[in-house]
Ligand binder design. Structure first.
Ligand code: ADP
Ligand code: MG
Length: 611
């Protein structure tokens, strides 16, 4: 090569730049939408044909431009959004590089029509594959329309790599959807091959989400919100029982710009740990607001990633907020029975949030105030109708790990929970499966097995974390023989089993002596508990990777908990509910199933035609 170094001609440089910025029709739509948002548009219309391959067009009612603006906008590095380095440090617009229009025009046939309010006609600029612009005028409303036709018509290699119209459509749909979520105050219309995909009027975020996702899905959302000195977060997350099979409905907006962040995703997931069924993912729509000086959005060709000044505290902020929101008692699922036509088609019961006050914010307070008749400080049962022996109540109240943790609400004493609350003290077992208890605004239905499982699971995890296992010594130690596989698993898990409160002596020859069990194990289960736990442990292990202790805690909780079919005394039921109330996450079992439901008086009134 004996050529001299030379600066590339602009049209060639643009074509090269286009390779990075413009990957497919989706990128065109994204860039055009961002320009409309930056131009303070209040109405935006997106029209595509053939998955955007034939046409991607965005029109707005924004500030528009004059002839000079229109011509300049297609030059590389031409932008009206930043002028100094200081402004680059503090970006408040979507665009700032000034290369989108230049890149698009280099690889497509572009028409821009734009008019400022003060001008009497719109300027029309047409550029074909980076050639010289052709100018014209036309009568038009204020605002800008950019039509991009035949993307990559002059770059056959790229054109060939475009996918089918339906695939390209889906990518564009995602981009328009994100804009619809992040800008509910903007009217947004989306038309594909002459079909209106959606036509959204300006509305509060909650209503916009109902338009986009449907009422059902939105009812499964929990609002999250917290303002901090460095970050503010708001938005919605799904109740754990409503995990989805894919990660599709996860949206993160940084200063209203859609971004992808593994760090923040992980922060959200970590808060759902132990709450979701395997293979399901939470839905989230999270708006993160950060001072633009503390974040760099100029680190990715299509600005889909950002670099934060303090990733770690952001992580803690997000996971703490999600954790807290998930534990909010206001989000115990309420039961609504399907009615009318819907009932005939779908007799499954629906879980919905307690009140339809969403999205105005979380309903405040906790109406779970049934009188436990238990001293919450000493753990002593104040009512005397428990059965003798090691009943559930006694096990639950033995509290080997210290006093019962106080319920989350502070300042609440046993007296406040006393019988003068105006709530009936009744508590019933239904079909030896569910516990029914009146609450302030209706009735609470608790699944006895799942509830007990949750309590025991948390207790087990607490023992692992604090190494405070307690043991119930057996009067007659048992010598137990197991299979070889089971024995080697037992050897492997022995340290953790000891932490849980088991007293096991390995004897060799597939034999061990059981001298003590955690106090949670009911008498009749002592004999088989070790084998049962090991078997379930293996079952969970096969289902997918799981932390050893978490698996053990789950297996232990499931095998020691009361079952459906076990009769419970009133005292046992009360103590279970008290324990549950003190749990960190009382509303979902370790597998993500709901622990309790409530049926509101309103719902009953409605069913009985009282309203
Ligand atoms: P950037 O958005 O990074 O500034 P672009 O190439 O996307 O670069 O756009 C270049 C310029 O064209 C913008 O800075 C803006 O001044 C102008 N422009 C583009 N689209 C619009 C629009 N829809 N309304 C008004 N001005 C626009
Ligand atoms: Mg732009």
């Amino acid at each position: 090569m004996d050529r001299r170094i030379a600066v590339l001609p602009e049209h060639l440089a643009n074509k090269i730049a286009a390779g990075e910025v413009i990957q497919r029709p989706e990128s065109v739509v994204k860039e055009l939408l961002e320009n409309s948002l930056d131009a303070s548009a209040t109405r935006i219309t997106v029209v595509i044909k053939d998955g955007g391959k034939k046409l991607s067009q965005v029109s707005d009612d924004g500030i528009g431009g004059d002839e000079l603006d229109a011509k300049t906008s297609f030059l590389r590095h031409a932008t009206s959004k930043i002028a100094t380095y200081e402004e680059l440090e503090e970006i408040r617009t979507y665009g700032f590089r000034g290369e989108a229009l230049a890149s698009i025009a280099a690889v497509a046939q572009v028409t821009m029509k734009t008019r400022r309010q003060s001008d009497d006609a719109a300027v029309v600029v047409r550029i074909d594959g980076g050639g010289a612009p052709a100018l014209g005028r036309e009568g038009r409303e204020q605002g800008t329309l950019v039509a991009v036709q035949n993307l990559f018509f002059n770059v056959p290699a790229r054109r060939k790599f475009l996918k089918s119209a339906s695939t390209e459509f889906r990518h564009i749909y995602d981009v328009v959807l994100r804009t619809a979520i992040s800008h509910p105050e903007i009217a947004l219309e989306f038309v594909s091959d002459d079909e209106t995909i959606f036509k959204l009027e300006p509305s509060p975020l909650g209503e916009r989400l109902v338009d986009l996702f449907g009422e059902r899905q939105v009812e499964s959302f929990i609002p999250v919100e917290e303002r901090g000195p460095l970050f503010s977060v708001s938005g919605y997350i799904s109740k754990p029982a409503f995990g989805q099979r894919t990660r599709a409905n996860q949206f993160l907006f940084l200063n209203r710009r859609y971004i992808v962040s593994r760090n923040i995703n992980h922060a959200v997931y970590s808060a759902y740990e132990h709450l979701l069924t395997k293979g399901t993912f939470p839905v989230f729509i999270i708006f993160l607001d950060v001072d633009p000086r503390r974040v760099d959005v100029n680190v990715h060709p299509s600005k889909m990633e950002a670099k934060f000044e303090d990733e770690q505290s952001l992580y803690r902020f997000v996971s703490g907020l999600v954790r807290k929101s998930l534990a909010d008692p206001a989000f115990v699922p309420a039961l609504t029975l399907p009615q009318g036509k819907e009932a005939a088609e779908d007799i499954r019961l629906r879980f919905t949030s307690r009140q339809h006050s969403w999205p105005g914010g979380a309903p405040q307070g906790n109406d779970w105030v049934f009188p436990p008749r238990i001293d919450t400080v000493t753990g002593e049962i104040l009512s005397e109708n428990g059965q003798g022996g090691r009943g559930l109540a006694e096990q639950l109240l033995r509290q080997p790990d210290g006093p019962i943790p106080k319920p989350a609400r502070s300042g609440e004493s046993a007296q406040e929970l006393g019988p003068d609350q105006g709530v009936s003290t009744g508590i019933w077992q239904l079909h030896r499966k569910y516990i029914l208890s009146p609450i302030e605004n209706g009735v609470m239905v608790v699944d006895q097995h799942v509830a007990h499982e949750r309590v025991l699971y948390e207790r087990a995890m607490h023992r692992f974390a604090n190494a405070v296992g307690a043991t119930q010594h057996l009067l007659f130690p048992r010598t137990i023989q197991v299979g070889t596989g089971e024995y080697s698993l037992l050897q492997e898990l022995l340290p953790n089993l000891l932490l849980l409160g088991f007293e096991i002596k390995l004897f060799g020859k597939n034999t061990f002596v059981l001298e003590g069990v955690p106090p949670d194990v009911p008498k009749e289960k002592e004999e088989n508990i070790v084998s049962d736990v090991l078997a379930l442990f293996q079952e969970y292990q096969q289902a997918g990777p799981l932390d050893v202790r978490e698996n053990l805690a789950k297996s232990f909780a499931c095998r020691s908990a009361v079952k459906a079919g076990d009769p419970l005394t009133e005292t046992e039921m009360r103590s279970l509910l008290v324990q549950l109330q003190a749990a960190r996450m009382p509303y979902v079992c370790p597998h993500g199933r709901p622990v309790m439901l409530r049926i509101s008086i309103d719902e009953l009134d409605r069913r009985f035609g009282r309203t």
